[in-house]
Ligand binder design. Structure first.
Ligand code: FE2
Length: 424
């Protein structure tokens, strides 16, 4: 006897009309025409059953703080960092927790069940670290929250950043962050990459740095990160986030850099909504898009994910925790409109991001956790096109969010029709 049976669902790999059986929180069977009894059955014709969305780059300590203490007038990255600095002394443990929990609720409703969040460690009170560690524990039954110790104001540039970062790791933060392009000099940036990777190697941790989030074609911290990852034996455990300078780099140099990144086993995360709005701010026209070279990185064999980065915070006033919106923007900015390229954009907000977070039991094969989202879409491309409605979200076999189908009813000059927006 199964606990739950999804009938006639499509899967993101193109399999159509398959049945998926769940028992004791795990997927136990995936096959067509399954003859089995279940305590609960969900008919999934014309829907796609997917492993959940994963956001491998986010800032949970700042989310939903829009307007506090004021709005970002220029809309620039630097004013955002300045604004965050103004907000930091006003932060309270309870306010950070409250905003983070509200965001987790929103995430779950969108089928987003794993988030890697950077947490600023430059405030010596470590309020945000303690608050988010509590949130991580609290949401564990329904969402995997992985934390990165992030020296937002610079590992060397900010007083006490090094000791605060070590304290955050001692408290249980599990990934080492960095921001080499924000250090005082290129040399100090390079040294910060080395020091932070050394810490990760000594403690057996993963690394995820904001790396070369600028339009500077001469910035070289991606190269340093790759080289140090190899030297310290961190292959496969290092992620470069943003990498926007690669957009502006010389093509010959990039032809050397990408193979080095591949050799280092570096994962890459582009944040399309943020990159397209924050980069190119010093350009007149033409304006650079600023997003890193996603199709070229993917073609080389590097694992690439798309992250949301920000939702309603000092850097970005919009966002809805919808990773399909992120995939949609990434697809457009990278001009990835080929069929396989569009499917890759779906992978970038699901399996590729799960690989970066090293999530155990993620996927749709028997034996994987029954963490699932059922979408009102036929396939991944339709899901991105429609930013498809989440019909049901499941965690470890338990239904944690439901949103039944309700077609829009039209009444146009007496002509009545029901609009099923999947086919519009
Ligand atoms: Fe970020």
């Amino acid at each position: 006897m199964l606990d739950h049976l999804f009938c006639n669902v499509n899967l993101p790999d193109g399999t159509e009309g398959v049945d998926v059986g769940i028992r004791e929180g795990k997927i136990v069977v995936v096959e067509k025409g399954l003859d089995a009894e279940a305590l609960q059955t969900t008919e999934g014709k014309n829907c796609m059953l997917s492993a959940p969305f994963v956001d491998s780059h986010f800032h949970m300590d700042a989310t939903l703080s829009l307007g506090q203490p004021r709005l970002n007038q220029s809309g620039t990255l630097l004013e955002g960092i300045q604004l965050w600095g103004e907000l930091k002394p006003e932060l309270t443990h309870e306010a950070i927790k409250d905003r983070a929990l509200r965001y987790c609720d929103l995430a779950v409703s969108q089928g987003l069940l794993a988030v890697r969040s950077h947490v600023d460690v430059c405030d010596s009170r470590l309020l945000a670290v303690e608050a988010l560690l509590e949130v991580k524990n609290q949401v564990k039954p329904y969402l995997d929250l992985q934390l990165v110790a992030f020296p937002q104001d610079g590992f060397y540039r900010s007083k006490n950043a090094e000791s605060n970062l070590l304290k955050a790791l001692d408290l249980g933060v599990e990934v080492v962050g960095g921001i080499p392009h924000f250090e005082r000099t290129m040399e100090e940036g390079r040294l910060s990459v080395d020091a932070l990777c050394r810490i990760a190697a000594d403690r057996g941790l993963m690394v995820d740095m904001h790396c070369d989030e600028s339009d500077d074609p001469m910035s070289r911290h991606v190269e340093s990160l790759a080289s140090v990852a190899i030297r310290y034996g961190l292959q496969g455990r290092v992620t470069g986030s943003h990498l926007t300078s690669m957009h502006s780099m010389d093509n010959y140099y990039v032809s050397k850099l990408i193979p080095l990144m591949l050799e280092s086993g570096m994962h890459a995360i582009a944040n399309p909504l943020i990159n397209i709005t924050l980069q190119g701010r010093h350009d007149s026209y033409p304006k650079r898009r600023g997003m890193t070279r996603v199709p070229e990185l993917m073609a080389s064999g590097i694992n690439v994910a798309f992250g949301h980065d920000c939702v309603m915070d000092p850097w970005y006033p919009l966002g809805t925790a919808d990773m399909l919106e992120v995939a949609n923007m990434g697809l457009h900015v990278a001009q990835m409109t080929g069929i396989e390229a569009m499917k890759s954009c779906y992978q970038a907000v699901t399996a590729n991001a799960a690989c970066i977070m090293n999530l155990e039991g993620y996927g749709l094969q028997p034996g994987c956790n029954a963490d699932l989202v059922m979408l009102e879409a036929h396939d991944p491309i339709e899901a991105i096109r429609l930013k498809a409605k989440r019909r049901m979200v499941m965690r470890r076999g338990k239904v944690i969010a439901e949103n039944p189908s309700t077609p829009t009813r039209l009444n146009l000059d007496g002509r009545r029709s029901e609009l099923d927006q999947r086919f519009v």
